[in-house]
Design a binder for this molecule. Structure first.
Ligand code: SF4
Ligand code: SF4
Length: 644
């Protein structure tokens, strides 16, 4: 055995590799993104042949992995929680059909939400789709549960969900790993079954689907019975046999990270009450839960991000939690939040608690660090900022800017994004705004923004729809050559795969042309003037009698992924002493390297993070940001009007 410090997502990846998964797919999304790269890493380390794929969407990822399972292979697919919405269609169907090789779905939830548009609970989607769910509390438990999930999946021929949350995915824990056993398991002979035809199951028509639904319900019943005895569900702080009923004044039922947080809060409050830890929230081992509930005078259910266990408790007469507001009905259950409601619940049940720990010394230390609050911003030199800056200059503040999911959604700070709904919605919302404007008489320009990865994921069908229905707007495809927000995973427009193999490149421009868009141009957003001219040309085309959707592909690699073009032609800049601290550049351009002095007298450049892209030169309308070489000689205008 050896102790390894593992990220939760790495622990899951190791579990998939050492338990014989032969095919793993994913679509990147925080907090799930490190799982697939972890599988690539451990498969190389343990020398096993695993097919890995960054799929074009979660639905595609799900179906590729499902087909592998039907071929007898152990397989898995990972995504963030909103990705499971995209994959929900095949998941509901797969639950009816069943599987052959163990098949684990890993949607990673984001209570908070810290990096998502919703804080939805994948356990509830599992409940709706009738797919069993495992809910790990720690990286070590996630590693254990991968094997349990694969084995359960094979035993009952059902897909199974492993649902970690951000604080499991991104937690580091020292995990005992038996390297030799892991390597041996990973190299065990794999399935040679191959796909066996069974049309009444794999291609079932509605009549057979009804039969399969009865079968699914029977499987869930058998799994619930199995979960009643599972060591993944257990009671902590169990009062000694024969102790007084007062020992059961309050009982806690908890799962996932909320279980760890509640246990820690109890220790800090100096209280010890019985805690039922649930590792398998669906199907809920109801008998075990009700035995616990009946023994307690009051029960508090602590789970996140929503009520799933609480919802399934058959008798909630003296049960409280998210549903009755005893536990806040939204938001992450941080230690501070849990300690506060737990202290109230303990006191309300007559359990003595110690005063909450005095954090004054810690708070003063944090305050002494003088860390200024800072909103999330695009990176120094990001080409999206240049695109949006020019776009705003051309179309002004009143144009309608439908946006999409990706790092460019930070353009809301620049007032360059008016809506973002879900993957691909920039194009459909632009179409809807155009069609609505025909009735409202709204003449404002519509300029939609979508990233390269998002376009390939969910923008193609909406663009087909827009062209087919004769919509007119400008569509900016922000092509930074990678899936930047989640760690630079390749898209189908790249020429390499998840493990670095050569792949066929699917050019976005060709797709747009094939859809029938008549105005398609590629341009470098760093070249502000030509880019502005192109935006005007695109708008004119969109409005012309023969016009339609006009597409501009803003082509410039992400500066974190490929700095070559910037480094090849650096434009170092300085801000002259004429700067009067009007803050226009800071607010309208928002490069993190432009820093307003504490006394607000002027703006300086933070050369520790400035990448010499020169893009901010146009951001000072007074001309006080200048190329470094010409700073001394340049003649500066006296005064200028602030642009709209
Ligand atoms: S816009 Fe120009 S004058 Fe205003 S703060 Fe920026 S550099 Fe200084
Ligand atoms: S040159 Fe200007 S825009 Fe580019 S990184 Fe430096 S401060 Fe930011």
């Amino acid at each position: 055995m050896s102790a390894q410090l593992l990220l939760g997502n790495d622990a899951i990846a190791l579990g998939l590799v050492e338990n014989g998964c032969q095919l793993v797919t994913a679509y990147p999304g925080t907090p799930s993104s490190e799982i697939l790269s972890g599988v690539v890493k451990f498969s190389k380390k343990l020398n096993c042949d695993i097919y890995t794929e960054w799929s074009v969407s979660e639905k595609v990822a799900f179906e590729v992995a499902l087909a592998a399972s039907l071929s007898g292979l152990r397989s898995a697919t990972a995504m963030k929680q909103v990705g499971l919405n995209v994959a929900a269609d095949p998941m509901f169907s797969a639950a009816y059909m069943g599987v052959v090789g163990g098949f684990v779905i890993i949607p990673c939830d984001d209570p908070g939400p810290l990096s998502s548009q919703t804080e939805q609970d994948s356990r509830l989607l599992g409940l709706a789709a009738k797919v069993p769910v495992f809910d790990p509390s720690t990286p070590a438990e996630a590693l254990t549960m991968v094997r349990a999930a694969l084995e359960l999946s094979e035993r009952h021929r059902l897909p199974v969900i492993l649902r970690p949350t951000t604080r499991v995915c991104h937690a580091l824990q020292t995990v005992e790993v038996d390297q030799a056993a892991a390597a041996a398991r990973a190299r065990l002979p794999k399935s040679q079954l191959g796909f066996k035809k069974e049309p009444q199951r794999w291609a079932a028509t509605p009549g057979f689907r009804l039969k399969l639904h009865f079968e699914l319900n029977a499987k869930l019943q058998a799994i619930e019975t199995e979960f009643e005895r599972s060591p993944l569900n257990y009671i902590d702080n169990l009062p000694a046999a024969g102790t007084h009923r007062d020992d059961w004044r309050l009982g806690i039922i908890a799962s996932g990270v909320a279980y760890q947080t509640a246990a820690q809060a109890l220790a800090e409050l100096g209280a010890s009450v019985p805690m039922l830890k649930i590792g398998t929230p669906f199907p809920l081992p109801r008998q075990r839960v009700m035995d616990f509930v009946r023994r307690c005078q009051r029960v508090l259910v602590i789970e996140e991000p929503d009520a799933c266990i609480e919802l399934q408790i058959p008798d909630r007469t003296h049960v409280s939690g998210r549903l009755d507001g005893t536990v806040p009905n939204a938001g992450e259950l941080s230690p501070e939040v849990v300690t506060a409601f737990l202290a109230d619940a303990l006191e309300g049940s007559g359990v003595t608690v110690a005063p909450p720990p005095d954090d004054q010394a810690l708070n003063s230390l944090i305050q002494s660090l003088k860390i200024a609050p800072r909103r999330p911003r695009l990176c120094p030199g990001c080409s999206h900022r240049s695109t949006m800056f020019t776009m705003k200059r051309v179309f002004g503040p009143n144009a309608i800017y439908p946006g999409d999911i990706g790092c460019y959604s930070l353009g809301t700070n620049l007032r360059a994004i008016d809506t973002f709904v879900d993957m691909g919605a920039a194009v459909t919302m632009a179409t809807g705004f155009y069609q609505a404007a025909r009735f409202t008489g709204d003449k404002r320009p519509i300029v939609a923004l979508i990233g390269d990865s998002t376009f390939l994921h969910s923008g193609i069908a909406p663009l087909i729809n827009a062209v087919h229905t004769g919509a007119r707007f400008v569509l900016l495809i922000l092509d930074n050559h990678t899936t930047a927000m989640t760690g630079a995973q390749p898209t189908p427009a790249n020429d390499y795969t998840a493990n670095g193999d050569v792949a066929a490149k699917i050019p976005i421009r060709d797709i747009v042309k094939a859809i029938g868009v008549k105005f398609v141009r590629m341009a470098d957003p760093y070249a502000h003037e030509p880019f502005a001219a192109l935006l005007k040309e695109a708008h004119t085309f969109a409005q012309s009698p023969e016009g339609g959707v006009a597409v501009i592909i803003a082509d410039r690699p992400c500066v974190l992924y490929d700095r070559t073009p910037v480094d090849a032609a650096p434009v170092p800049v300085v801000i002259t002493d004429d700067c009067d601290g009007c803050r226009y550049c800071v607010e309208a351009f928002e490069c993190p390297a432009l820093v307003l002095r504490a006394d607000r007298s002027r703006v300086d450049i933070d050369y520790r993070i400035c990448i010499d892209c020169g893009q901010c030169i146009d951001a000072c309308y007074k001309g006080f940001i200048v190329p470094q070489l010409t700073a001394a000689s340049r003649e500066l205008p006296d005064k200028a009007e602030a642009p709209a």
